[in-house]
Design a protein around this ligand. Sequence first.
Ligand SMILES: Nc1ncnc2c1ncn2[C@@H]1O[C@H](COP(=O)(O)OP(=O)(O)OP(=O)(O)O)[C@@H](O)[C@H]1O
Length: 381
Amino acid sequence: MTTDPNSPGVHPSPPGDPPPGRAVLDAHLVVDRGTFRLDLPLTIRPGEVVALLGPNGAGKTTALRAFAGLLPLTDGHLRLAGRHLDHPGRRIWTPTEQRPIGVVFQDYLLFPHLTALDNIAFGPRRQGLDRQRARQRAADWLARVGLADHARRKPRQLSGGQAQRVALARALAVEPALLLLDEPLAALDARTRLDTRAQLHHHLANHRGATLLVTHDPIDAVVLADRLVIIEDGQVVQEGDVATVTAQPRSDYVARLVGLNLYRGYADGHHVRLTDGFHLVTGDQHVGAVFVAFAPSAVALHPHRPDGSPRNTWPVTINGIQRHGDNLRVQLDGPVTVAADVTPAAAAQLQLAPGRTLWAAVKATETRVYPAAVAPTDAEP
Ligand SMILES: Nc1ncnc2c1ncn2[C@@H]1O[C@H](COP(=O)(O)OP(=O)(O)OP(=O)(O)O)[C@@H](O)[C@H]1O
């Protein structure tokens, strides 16, 4: 691999490229790490915030490192603001420090020996601003994140929430075409996270570049992102706006993330035969391969088989019980594995305990049915 002598940031992409359209980020990351392969097409429009979600080992960190220039692409391309930063097919590669990218790492990685002000001024200085103007820009950013009076503090003299805000200001002070956020709120306690999330939302709304948020936290994703991209085993399994993804999960991971029971099956009118042979009656009519989803709150538990109503009923055995907000979430085994939410009062009445057998009931009208065939994505600009 050779370094592109015509450093991106100075020269446009070579002629012959497809037009970048409205996307500021246009990437197809292919990265091989041993037996693991990340294969992630991703475009992001100016001002758009995309959350990259996935279970452990899905490839989120690999993607983040590839964007930041800490891992080279095996194949594919990475184009930002119309310039190729990485394109193995053309032997183009751009070192980290020359990429117009701001990164907020999970543990912030502030320079410990520099003040908050100098941490933020570092990027603009390296971009060529003189010392005074770089410090002025840093001071402006400190004021924007509400820390004007913390300019002289060193990172060890800042709280977790303050350090996070300095890290965000440092990343944004270089006016990056792409802002990468790596679990930006994970290190904060619950109260600070709430405030900091609201502030982050405000700053992202004003950021004109693209933002990629890597997170495990569905709340961060739902609050902060315009679009979700979910990867598993290095591949995109679902993407779309928050409302669509949360309403119509297409993988077990996404269903767990949004707290829904999810099954695959084959629909014939109001009946869906699940892959393990069980039948569900649904409110919607469909024909063909479908997903069926319903909320744990839609599952009613009874000590005896309920009769006389057009519902789905089946015997279940309690496998586990956890707190879930003000309620209890009960994991149930049976011909259909299912999670049910019950109030503490109902739990006491039903004498819930692991191993106890009950009946589960779900009204047909509480189910959602949608085709299993993958719809075309709306990712293209
Ligand atoms: N240095 C490495 N060499 C080889 N394979 C690696 C290396 N680091 C990670 N991997 C593999 O790459 C895959 C993706 O890992 P990655 O850290 O990107 O996942 P992740 O989605 O960030 O996971 P987590 O949520 O646990 O941080 C995993 O299978 C992992 O074992």
